[in-house]
Design a protein around this ligand. Structure first.
Ligand code: NDP
Length: 454
């Protein structure tokens, strides 16, 4: 089966790659396993030097990498450049902080002396999506390498050039040969990768369906998993919110990356006293977005990653309307080439409609009106997902009190929900489990070993 790179802005096929055969895949896994035997004995300083060089290369090649991202999945070039910069930052962060995060921890009490160590275990398989084709990989690869593990990447089948570019970065950075490898394989080969004895864990970012399949396959082999799945983040606008700032961030959150982000704000829960003002201003703000060629520096919103996903989004929007929803703006697939879709606002969807329980992976905002804090919180939690959420209020104390009532892996007050280098990132419920980033992230794929004397 061929793996294809296709420009979603034009439909043009950019490149086609033969999928690696099972034998090629097995050879790569064996070479990574061999490399790991040396890598696990390297010092933190040696691993940090590899990550520092990777950061330098990322910055040097920022424009070219952002262009590759734009061409393969349609992200506007300015957003792609920011993504590459964030990858460089995560490499530097773990290069600088990794050793302290993994330092042995003394424990008073048991025996004469006791401590905990965090040791590498082998190869981490990363099954990654196309929406942040570099960031999603670097945020798991940098801590895994720093912790002394090897990494193999099975990237989404529509971003093979990004996948190969990442492999090349680690190679050119002079990291130990084969310690990071890309596998150009389809989803069907993932189980065979899990069979390899050196692969002790898998981290997957993607849909619930993919998460269920890979977690089940890993579970059958007793291999650890971290699952970073979808989200339907609530964005709660309280009566005293700074509406200018809230609208600015709402636009960015819902339409950045053409709405294809797990942590995008998807359900806007707005107090009735500011509902009309918020909806009017959001419509104005979304109307001002420049939609067009992702390679153009002026573009705010490019195409979606494929016409298939656009058709799925259109189906969801049609079902919203059937359920009683009102299209305030957008809502129709444009004619012409490319997988473009306009910013869309939908109001009046009955909360009991089944569609409210789904993730909208495109630039479509569902807006609900509420009249009390209890109602806002109940609606925020009325979803199978639990990734992120935000609260907008000038009463910081009250907003902070509300954070403990929201069932998600993260809550931001008066700020954009984002994955930060310093904070653990992940979800609860159908958004998955386990954490990436921060101290919790780097320790996920280590052997937390208790050592006790006497
Ligand atoms: P998928 O979840 O299908 O793909 C993500 C990764 O998982 C890809 O590498 C894919 O490989 C792999 N994969 C998919 N199915 C399996 C399987 N059965 N066994 C092993 N690996 C598998 O994402 P899509 O691109 O199809 O997007 C569909 C939906 O997923 C979106 O609408 C959105 O809801 C969600 N999604 C969430 C993301 C997030 O950041 N949380 C990111 C992307 C998507 P391959 O490409 O070869 O199929």
């Amino acid at each position: 089966m061929a793996i294809q790179s296709l420009n979603p802005a034009t439909g043009e096929v950019l490149a086609t790659f033969d999928e690696y055969t099972p034998e090629q895949t097995n050879d790569i896994l064996t070479s990574t396993a061999t490399a790991w035997k040396t890598w696990r004995t390297t010092t933190f300083a040696e691993r940090a030097a590899c990550l520092q060089r990777a950061a330098t290369l990322l910055r040097e090649q920022k424009t070219r990498l952002a262009e590759t991202i734009a061409l393969e999945m349609g992200k506007p070039i300015r957003q792609g450049s920011a993504e590459v910069e964030k990858c460089a930052a995560v490499c530097e962060y773990y290069a600088q902080e990794g050793e302290a995060m993994l330092a042995p921890q003394p424990v008073d009490g048991p025996g004469r002396k006791a401590y905990i160590t965090f040791e590498p275990l082998g190869t981490v398989l990363t099954v990654m999506p196309w929406n942040y084709p570099l960031w999603q990989v670097f945020r798991i690869a940098a801590p895994s390498l720093m912790a002394g593990n090897g990494v193999v990447l099975k990237h989404a089948s529509n971003v093979p050039q990004c996948a190969l570019a990442i492999e090349q970065i680690f190679k050119d950075a002079g990291c130990l040969e084969n310690i990071f490898r890309t596998l150009l394989i389809g989803a069907r080969q993932v189980e065979a990768v899990l069979d390899h004895p050196s692969v002790f864990a898998v981290s997957l970012t993607g849909s619930e369906y993919a998460g269920q399949k890979v977690a089940a396959a890993a579970g059958a082999r007793l291999k650890k998993t971290v699952m970073e799945l979808g989200g339907s983040d609530p964005f709660i606008v309280m009566p005293d919110a700074d509406l200018d700032e809230a609208v600015k961030v709402a636009t960015h959150s819902r339409c950045g990356n053409t709405g294809q982000a797990c942590i995008a704000a998807k359900r806007f829960i707005v107090f009735d006293t500011v509902y009309d003002a918020f909806v009017t201003r959001l419509e104005e703000s979304m109307s001002r977005l420049v939609i067009g060629d992702p390679l153009d520096q002026a573009t705010d919103m490019g195409p979606m990653s494929s016409t298939t996903l656009r058709a799925e989004l259109q189906g969801q929007i049609d079902r919203c309307v059937e359920a009683g929803g009102t299209i305030r703006m957008g809502g129709a697939t444009p004619k012409g080439p490319g997988a473009y879709y306009p910013p869309t606002i939908i109001t009046d969807v009955p909360r009991t409609a089944a569609i409210c329980q789904e993730e909208f992976f495109g630039p479509a905002a569902l807006i609900f009106s509420v009249s009390s804090e209890e109602e806002a919180l109940a609606l925020a939690n009325d979803t199978p997902f639990g990734l992120g959420g935000s609260i907008w209020s000038q009463d910081e104390e009250s907003a902070l009190a509300m954070t403990s009532e929201i069932r998600t892996g993260g809550v931001f007050v008066n700020g954009l929900v984002r994955s930060s280098l310093h904070l653990p990132f992940g979800g609860v419920g159908n958004s998955g489990y386990g954490r990436e980033l921060g101290t919790y992230g780097i320790r996920e794929f280590t052997n937390v070993k208790s050592v006790c004397v006497g």
